[in-house]
Design a protein. Structure first.
Lengths: 205, 159
C-alpha cells in the first residue's frame, strides 16, 4: 500500500515540461537553473544558425555561448512583445553579423563532420554519384563548395538562406528576427538563391 | 513565386544537405553548464565594476546622455574658470572674514610683518604672529580668538 502511494506520488512529482514563459519569468529573477533549461532548449538551433553563417565550428561555439550570456544579462529588458525564442535569435544574429563584419577578409573554414546518415540520403546519392565516382570524396567536395558559396553572399542574404532553406523557418519568422518586412525577406531570398545557383552550377545541371 | 520555387528546387535540396553537418557527438552535453558557469563568474566580477560599466553602457546606448554629460562637465569647468578669474570674488570673502574676527593677526599693522635686522646685520628676527592651526577643525573654520601669538626667530646657519 505504502509502495503504491510512493509510486503514485513519484509519478505526480515528475518534473513536467515547464512552459517557456514560466522559465523566462524565473530566469529574470536570477534563477540560473531555469535559464539552464532555456539554454538546453535552444542551444542546438542557435549553434546551427551561427555555424551556417560562419562556417567555423570554434567561432560558432564562442558566439553561441556569448549570445546566451548576453541574453541572460539583457533578460530584464525582454518585454515579451515577441517570443523568447525570436528575441534570443535576434541577439544571436546581431552578434554574428557584427562578428562577421570584424572578421571580413579573414575567412577560415572549420567545418563539422558530415552526418553518417547523409551517405544514405537518396537525393544526395543521385546528386553526387553523377559527378564523382567516389561518393565520400563527392560529399566532402560538395560540403566545401556549398560553404564557400554561402560565404560569398552578403550577411543579410546569407542569413535569409540559412534561416529559410537550411533551417526551414517561415518568411514571417525571418522578418521578425531580422526586423524587416516580408517583402524584403522574399527579395533577399530570391537574389541569394540566384547567386548560389550560379556558384553551384556544376552540381545543379 | 511558385515558378521561382520550382526553379530553385535542386538548390534547396543541396542546401538541406547543410543540416547534415553536425558538431562532434556529446558536444552539447556540457554546453549549458559552460554558459551558466560563465554567467556566475561574470556576476561576481560585475559587482566590483558595476557602476562604471553601467555608466559606459549608458553612453553606448544613449548618445544623448553622453552628450549631456559631456556638456555638463564643460559647463562646470567653464564656471570654475570664470569664477576663479573674477577679481572681486576671493578678496571680498577674505575681507569679510577678517572683519569678523579680532585675532592678533587681524589687528597687526603691516609694519609688524617687516623682518627686524640686528646690529650685526646677520641676525634675522621675526615678530610675525604665527597662529596655532592645530585646533582648527577644517580649512574653512575661522581661528579662535583666544589663540596666542608665538614669537619666532630665525638664525642664519653658520653664524
Amino acid at each position: 500500500m505504502i509502495m503504491a502511494e510512493t509510486v503514485e506520488r513519484t509519478e505526480l512529482e515528475l518534473p513536467a515540461p515547464e512552459h517557456e514563459s514560466e522559465l523566462v519569468r524565473r530566469a529574470r529573477k536570477g534563477d540560473l537553473q531555469a535559464y539552464d533549461d532555456l539554454v538546453k532548449r535552444y542551444q542546438e538551433r542557435i549553434y546551427a544558425t551561427i555555424y551556417h553563417m560562419t562556417s567555423n565550428h570554434e567561432d560558432a561555439n564562442d558566439l553561441a555561448q556569448e549570445s546566451f550570456i548576453k541574453a541572460y544579462q539583457a533578460l530584464k529588458s525582454f518585454k515579451g512583445g515577441s517570443t523568447f525564442y525570436t528575441w534570443l535569435y535576434r541577439i544571436a544574429v546581431n552578434k554574428t553579423i557584427n562578428f562577421l563584419k570584424q572578421r571580413k577578409n579573414r575567412t577560415h573554414m572549420s567545418l563539422n563532420d558530415i552526418d553518417f546518415n547523409a551517405e544514405h540520403d537518396s537525393d544526395l546519392i543521385a546528386l553526387i554519384s553523377e559527378k564523382t565516382p567516389r561518393r565520400d570524396a563527392g560529399l566532402n567536395e560538395l560540403q566545401k563548395k556549398l560553404n564557400e558559396a554561402l560565404l560569398k553572399l552578403s550577411e543579410p542574404h546569407r542569413l535569409v538562406v540559412v534561416l529559410h532553406d537550411v533551417q526551414g523557418q517561415s518568411h514571417e519568422e525571418i522578418a521578425e528576427i531580422m526586423d524587416c518586412n516580408i517583402g524584403t525577406v522574399r527579395s533577399r531570398l530570391y537574389y541569394a538563391r540566384q547567386q548560389m545557383q550560379a556558384e553551384l552550377a556544376d552540381y545543379l545541371k | 513565386m511558385n515558378e521561382n520555387e520550382s526553379n530553385f528546387e535542386a538548390l534547396r535540396r543541396i542546401l538541406a544537405f547543410k543540416n547534415r553537418e553536425t558538431p562532434p557527438p556529446g558536444y552539447f552535453n556540457n554546453f549549458s553548464a559552460h554558459v551558466v558557469a560563465r554567467i556566475r563568474v561574470g556576476e561576481t566580477n560585475e559587482s566590483s565594476v558595476a557602476w562604471f560599466s553601467k555608466l559606459l553602457q549608458a553612453f553606448e546606448f544613449k548618445p544623448a546622455f553622453a552628450g549631456s554629460f559631456a556638456g555638463a562637465l564643460c559647463m562646470l569647468l567653464l564656471f570654475g574658470i570664470v569664477y576663479a578669474e573674477r577679481p572681486d570674488a576671493a578678496p571680498q570673502t577674505l575681507l569679510t572674514s577678517s572683519t569678523q574676527i579680532s585675532s592678533p593677526l587681524a589687528m597687526a599693522s603691516p609694519t609688524d610683518f617687516i623682518p627686524q635686522t640686528g646690529s650685526s646685520g646677520l641676525m634675522i628676527a621675526s615678530n610675525n604672529s604665527v597662529l596655532n592651526l592645530g585646533s582648527v577643525a577644517s580649512l574653512f573654520n575661522q581661528p579662535n580668538q583666544n589663540q596666542l601669538a608665538q614669537q619666532v626667530s630665525f638664525t642664519v646657519p653658520g653664524n
